[in-house]
Ligand binder design. Structure first.
Ligand code: NAP
Length: 311
């Protein structure tokens, strides 16, 4: 009898195949009557494989009394109740580091796309508008003041890339780092002193809606908000109001509060660039993440230390 696990979201085919070779995998996201399935099979399940955006919903966790490990295919663990994991004694792993470069690359891509109007430029050529005249001007990226909120793995990788753009870099995190960039001890102060506010912090109860109306006010009418962290950090209603009233100039967003549902009000703004949570979405990184998911599951079921446990 192979070990039984549940899979909470689609994964790359290679990972799904390798999971199927090791385990009996129940694809819960394809089950129509989830409650009935969990009532019947939940008692046999020892592992969960999930995405960072899904984590372990409380009702599913409660229906898995023999749960030993939650392997997250992603770095964010905000949707897994770690206090509950500790209380019940199940382990949690994630896939840090391997996705850092891709998410930082995407942040730079969004900054450039928003400022240089790359989505509009592509459309301009494809719809033959160029034949009628040149496209209008855009905004320079080089030399801009960039403030990074959250200075962990991804925040620091964004800073390294911004150096290549001669940007003036500043940051806010809970702990000040030994780096040459300006440090501000609050997001309001950071926002007041930058043109591009880049959100790269962990999603926690403390950072929920930390990009508030006040922060957007501080960012100001030339300012642009870039979010590659989690939608929960931004008060989307306040953002839409700020964009409508010219309180800030624009935004570039990879993550949203209620994915994949994106507030349609955002579609109306020419100065907003949108992406469907693709920060880590390259073939290379998704393969490396898959390897880490498997390595954590293998280590757990062999009774070894996890390679990348969530502390
Ligand atoms: P990390 O290394 O753990 O860094 C998190 C950073 O957040 C740290 O600098 C931490 O500050 C800071 N932070 C936490 N709470 C804070 C607070 N209250 N005030 C100020 N700063 C705070 O994580 P990471 O690997 O860089 O990931 C960062 C974010 O990216 C996460 O939200 C993750 O979910 C998201 N992410 C998005 C994608 C995507 O596809 N778009 C992909 C992967 C990850 P200290 O260091 O001072 O504690």
């Amino acid at each position: 009898m192979t070990t039984e696990i549940v899979q909470l979201c689609p994964l790359i085919p290679a990972l799904e195949e390798e999971l199927a070779q090791r385990f009996t995998v129940h694809r819960l996201f394809e089950v129509s009557d989830r409650a009935a399935f969990l009532a019947e099979k939940g008692g046999a399940i020892r592992g969960v494989v999930t995405g960072g955006h899904i984590g372990l919903p409380a009702d599913i966790g409660a229906a898995l009394p023999k749960l030993e490990i939650v392997a997250i295919n992603g770095v964010g663990f905000d949707k897994v109740d770690l206090a509950e994991a500790k209380r019940r004694g199940f382990r949690v792993s994630n896939t840090p580091d391997v996705l850092t470069a891709d998410v930082a690359d995407l942040a730079l891509g969004l900054i450039l796309a928003q400022a240089r109007r790359l989505p509009q430029a592509d459309q301009y050529v494809r719809t033959r508008q160029w034949l009628k005249g040149d496209m209008g001007l855009s905004t320079r990226v080089a030399g801009r003041r960039c403030g990074i909120f959250g200075f962990g793995r991804i925040g620091q990788a964004i800073a390294r890339r911004l150096e290549g753009f001669d940007a003036h870099i500043s940051y806010t995190a809970r702990n000040r780092r030994d780096v040459a960039y300006d440090y501000y001890d609050s997001i309001e102060a950071l926002a007041a002193n930058c043109d591009v506010l880049i959100i790269a912090a962990a999603a926690t109860a403390e950072t929920r809606h930390i990009v508030s109306a006040e922060v957007l006010n501080a960012l100001g009418p030339q300012g642009v908000l870039v979010n590659v962290a989690r939608g929960s950090l931004v008060d989307e209603k306040a953002l839409i109001e700020a964009l409508s009233n010219g309180v800030i100039a624009g935004a570039a967003l990879d993550v949203f509060e209620d994915e994949p549902r994106v507030p349609e009000a955002l579609f109306a703004f020419e100065t907003v660039t949108l992406a469907p949570h693709i920060g880590s979405g390259t073939h290379q990184t998704r393969r490396a993440m898959a390897d880490l998911v498997l390595a954590n599951l293998d280590a757990h079921f062999a009774g070894r230390e996890l390679p990348t446990p969530v502390a």
